[in-house]
Design a protein around this ligand. Structure first.
Ligand SMILES: Cc1cc2nc3c(=O)[nH]c(=O)nc-3n(C[C@H](O)[C@H](O)[C@H](O)COP(=O)(O)OP(=O)(O)OC[C@H]3O[C@@H](n4cnc5c(N)ncnc54)[C@H](O)[C@@H]3O)c2cc1C
Length: 225
């Protein structure tokens, strides 16, 4: 099996040829330092959906003297021991990181939400406030008029879909700054806006639910029990 896989090869272009009804793929052979063209009947895009962080900006963010990271780069909760940490976002990463921070010694965690609070139960060390409006050095100003001083900020603000190698009719154009899945994606898997249903995706979420493949995986695990 291993002999059939090319490691250290980067896909640089995938384009659908209407007349020939196939996909032309350009691949950069890194060790050989050359570009090769190959023809495929179908292409499965599995290059990851949690790779390019979505990092929104806030007024005054440059004045913040502490550490600002995205959840993508969060590795070690102990680094934030004894600190007051602001978490921006209220989804899975925010919840998990908030709990970890408290478990490993953070003094206080403020989770700021745009739409709905997480409703943490059982710990007074995590509080929730509506979305931050501006940053003034260490001081964070929230939408409800309150403010708080924090030592570090962790952006749990999700990821951008980033497929720079999809060219021509396969290129996403969602018309919004934060890329979401195109509307016409059958079960979040088959791209139906170009490529004659020959471009398939594994991994990206459709914005509100897990993907078709995630559900398959979950069902499969359930059946095995
Ligand atoms: C901080 C963090 C924590 C997570 N925790 C969990 C968890 O606990 N449980 C869970 O299920 N998921 C978790 N995830 C999600 C996790 O990323 C996915 O479950 C899983 O890694 C997705 O696998 P994938 O193969 O789709 O993509 P990836 O693992 O991202 O793999 C994509 C591959 O494509 C390659 N690639 C990209 N572009 C090209 C190109 N142009 N040419 C050739 N190769 C390319 C990359 O080098 C990489 O090897 C987490 C993600 C993050 C960021």
């Amino acid at each position: 099996m291993k002999s059939l896989v090319h490691f250290r090869h980067v896909v640089t272009s995938v384009e659908y040829d209407n007349d020939a009804d196939h996909l032309t793929v350009w691949i950069r052979d890194l060790p050989g330092n050359k570009d090769n063209k190959e023809i495929f009947s179908h292409v499965v895009v599995a290059s990851g959906a949690f790779y390019v962080p979505n990092s929104p900006s806030f007024e005054g963010i440059c004045s913040f003297p502490g550490r600002i990271i995205h959840s993508h780069d969060f590795r070690e909760a102990r680094e934030f021991a004894e600190q007051t940490v602001l978490i921006v976002g209220s989804s899975f990463s925010a919840s998990e990181i908030a709990v970890q921070l408290i478990r490993f010694g953070a003094k206080h965690v403020i989770v700021t939400y745009r739409q709905h609070p997480v409703n943490f139960k059982g710990t007074r060390s995590i509080e929730e406030r509506p979305l931050l409006q501006r940053i003034d050095n260490n001081t964070i100003h929230f939408k409800d008029g309150t403010s708080a001083d924090v030592d570090a900020i962790i952006l749990c603000t999700g990821y951008l879909y980033h497929y720079p190698y999809l060219k021509g009719g396969l290129k996403f154009d969602t018309g919004v700054p934060v890329c979401v899945m195109p509307n016409k994606m059958y079960k979040g898997t088959v791209y139906t806006q170009g490529g004659n249903n020959k471009l398939l995706f594994i991994g990206p979420l459709d914005g509100s639910t897990s993907t078709y493949w995630d559900n398959c995986q979950t069902n499969h695990q359930r059946e095995r029990r």
